[in-house]
Design a protein around this ligand. Structure first.
Ligand code: ADP
Length: 421
């Protein structure tokens, strides 16, 4: 299976979001965490998950280039640079500088940019990014601690991050479809502009933008922009229609849920799940160390029927009390370390299907389990797929569902496990 599309994502959950979008479009997709040392997995698309959204620019560019070189070596002929649908960046970057490096390497004469994702309320009109009905700069994102977005005019924002000329493909053109969009790209190129911010307020616009990018080596955007890419490969007959893109290898064994998310939605899901499975509430103030907390939870689980639910998740007043005693960061690190150890302990006891709630918590669990690669499977709820981590000498085959805090419906935990029984 030749690799068709090589993607570079600037953070972990953004990578999963993109990978899920490609699978829904019919591409078999593997997400790798960081740039791998070894040979590429068999897939139509590979998404390299980096953590470079707010890294120093030189570091971000170097990592993106190393991911690009690995993907090109793996055979990719088309590349996607994935950033956040709120264009999270500073005047230093890293969206522009990474694009500059990739444009140079691919030789792309024109590079489209579009963070729009209408299903998630992100749209671009006359080059301005809206979150719902508010301009980006009045959406709350103007107060982001790391990447305050105080200008919604993306032509201007990107212009400050690159030496290349930035133009606009406006709504009136995008609404006319792929041919009109291609003509607009050519006109911008003739004017000496190498980058184009593209308007999009509907999924059809994203699909048409994708079609207009059929010959471009480099496309950039949020995960919405990726919606238009699988149809290009299907039209070429490059996607195998016989196998489902979201098929995962069979893995059987007990299931379990580990949660470190304190989001309202997760607390709601825990309330629902606690009525159906044995539930252990981990409180960091009960133990001296993460290891001791993990040992206590695992001792509790020893005689419980699977699946079990082990959660540090707590409502805001309890979290505040814990943070007041331990410090905010130390409390987070204590719990992440304990939950990662618990996940490893559960796997050692035979658990093979693991649901993890919390973005940072998922990162800690994946790292503790030594997982470097996830094949993306069927969607459980919007934005959360089952994934498969192949075993190695030290770890068995696992199914992992990594849920960021606010995602998933009320019965997410039970539904997720039921899907894999
Ligand atoms: P989300 O996806 O909901 O943001 P994360 O896992 O990314 O979830 O972040 C939740 C953070 O809160 C983690 O660092 C976790 O360790 C921490 N945490 C979890 N439970 C508690 C608690 N009871 N008290 C304090 N911090 C907690």
């Amino acid at each position: 299976m030749p690799l068709l599309l090589g993607c570079i994502a600037d953070d972990f959950t953004g990578a999963t979001d993109l990978a899920g979008m490609l699978v829904k479009g019919g591409m078999r997709t593997v997400q790798v965490i960081g740039v791998p040392d070894g040979p590429p997995p068999a897939a139509d698309a590979i998404v390299v998950a980096l953590k470079i959204r707010t890294a120093p620019t030189a570091e971000a560019v170097a990592e993106a280039v190393s991911a690009f070189d690995w993907l090109r070596e793996a055979g990719a002929g088309k590349f996607f640079w994935k950033y956040c649908s709120t264009f999270d960046s500073t005047d230093q970057g890293n969206i522009g500088p990474v694009a500059d490096a990739l444009a140079q390497r691919t030789g792309a004469a024109m590079v489209p940019f579009c963070p729009a994702f209408p299903a998630n309320q992100r749209s671009v009109f006359q080059g301005h990014l809206f979150v719902g009905s508010r301009l980006l700069s009045e959406s709350g994102m103007e107060n982001h601690p790391l990447t305050p977005m105080q200008d919604a005019d993306l032509v201007r924002v990107l212009g400050r991050q690159t030496g290349h000329g930035v133009g606009l493909v406006p709504y009136a053109v995008v609404a006319q479809g792929p041919d009109a969009i291609r003509d607009a790209f050519t006109r911008l190129s003739d004017q000496g502009r190498r980058y184009a911010i593209c308007d999009a307020v509907s999924e059809q616009h994203l699909v048409d933008l994708g079609a207009a990018c059929d010959r471009m080596p480099l496309v950039t955007g949020g995960s919405g922009m990726a919606m238009g890419l699988p149809p290009l490969f299907r039209a070429r007959g490059a996607l195998d229609a016989a196998t489902a893109a979201d098929a995962l290898p069979d893995v059987s064994g007990p299931g379990a849920v580990v949660s470190g998310s304190c989001s309202r939605q997760t607390l709601f899901q825990i309330g629902a799940a606690a009525q159906r499975m044995a539930h252990f509430a981990l409180d960091p103030l009960d133990s001296e160390s993460p290891e001791a907390a993990a040992a206590a939870a695992l001792a509790w689980a020893a005689d419980k029927p699977m699946p079990v639910l082990i959660a540090a998740s707590a409502p805001p007043d309890r979290v505040q009390a814990i943070q007041a005693r331990l410090g905010r960061e130390a409390a987070g690190q204590f719990i992440e370390a304990a939950l990662a150890e618990i996940a490893a302990g559960l796997v050692a006891r035979g658990v093979r299907r693991l649901v993890v709630a919390g973005g940072e918590t998922s990162g800690a669990v994946v790292q503790r389990l030594g997982v470097r690669q996830l094949r993306i499977g069927p969607e459980i709820d919007p934005g959360v797929p089952w994934t498969h981590a192949a075993g190695d000498g030290t770890r068995p085959d696992l199914l992992l569902a990594l849920k960021s805090g606010n995602f998933g419906g009320r019965d997410f935990f039970a539904n997720a496990l039921a899907m894999t029984e």
